[in-house]
Design a binder for this molecule. Structure first.
Ligand SMILES: Nc1ncnc2c1ncn2[C@@H]1O[C@H](COP(=O)(O)OP(=O)(O)OP(=O)(O)O)[C@@H](O)[C@H]1O
Length: 261
């Protein structure tokens, strides 16, 4: 089997509350992510999913534990080298507020191209056009501001911005939960298609298991900062071991899940 593209070992994150009390939001979380794989992270609100995602993306430091990409240890924030930052991109839950309102779509997409690849202007133009095609957005949207786009269109821009960096991994932090059902499935289809074409790995966060079922090969279930169960998605659905996972499966509206047909 190929080595994992990403390995997280014994990750811990302790936040300091306003009154100074420490709060352990993530406790001893370990997992690996293979090339071209989607690992779903599921769990109730506050279970620590976004905290794990932000540590992986280097947006916040770990309290303890190791994150390695292609076998090399990664640090967080400004200490993470640009090449490593480029390889782990992030798609946010709220597509509109994740885009700079003062920039047109062209500038939003040009930014990572200039930052990571230092491309000349003409090449930036043609790459922006290609990115818009890749995410199924008509070319004229490059002259629009985020406020002039729908939520689904903004999320396509968010995906294009992540793709611009040509990453190995995209952290998808509930990328469809702010969208209505039809748009949700269009965005999931787009993410699947891009993964097939480019071999990108996804760390895909969701509240519930229904979205995870359709996109991820493996799933990690979190509760109160800890991993309660990890396994192949099919196996977890067929035979959930932990009572909490069982309750998540029972909460799924049955008509939406092919497994229940
Ligand atoms: N900057 C912070 N300072 C203090 N506590 C925080 C901070 N960020 C998150 N927390 C706390 O850590 C816990 C985990 O939060 P996190 O956002 O990782 O959960 P989540 O599973 O992603 O939740 P949701 O599904 O609602 O996004 C929560 O109790 C949250 O209040």
């Amino acid at each position: 089997m190929n080595p994992p593209v990403l390995e997280a070992k014994q990750l811990n994150k302790t936040y300091r509350m306003k009154n100074g009390t420490p709060f352990a939001a993530v406790k001893n979380v370990s997992f690996s992510l293979m090339k071209g794989e989607t690992l779903g992270i599921v769990g109730e609100s506050g279970s620590g999913k976004t905290t794990v995602a932000k540590m992986i993306a280097g947006m916040i430091p770990v309290t303890s534990g190791d994150i390695a990409m292609d076998g090399k240890l990664l640090s967080a924030g400004a200490k993470r080298p640009l090449a490593a930052k480029r390889h782990i991109q992030y798609i946010f839950q709220d597509p509109v507020s994740s885009l700079n309102p003062r920039l047109k779509v062209w500038d939003i997409l040009a930014e990572p191209l200039k930052l990571y690849f230092k491309l000349p202007q003409q090449e930036v133009d043609s790459r922006v056009d290609q990115l818009l095609r890749d995410v199924g957005l008509p070319n004229h949207y490059k002259l629009s501001y985020p406020r002039e786009l729908s939520g689904g269109q903004c999320q396509r821009v968010g995906i294009a911005r992540a793709l611009a960096a040509e990453p190995s991994i995209i952290v998808c932090d509930e990328p469809t939960s702010a969208l209505d059902m039809t748009i949700q499935s269009q965005i999931l289809d787009l993410l699947k298609e891009l993964q097939q074409r480019r071999g990108i790995s996804y760390l895909f966060i969701a509240h519930g298991l229904e979205v995870i079922y359709s996109i991820s090969q493996r799933v990690m279930v979190m509760r109160q900062g800890e991993v309660v169960e990890t396994g192949l998605t099919q196996a977890i659905f067929a035979d959930p071991q932990h009572a909490y996972t069982q309750s998540l499966i029972q909460a799924i509206p049955r008509i939406d899940i092919p497994y229940f047909e």
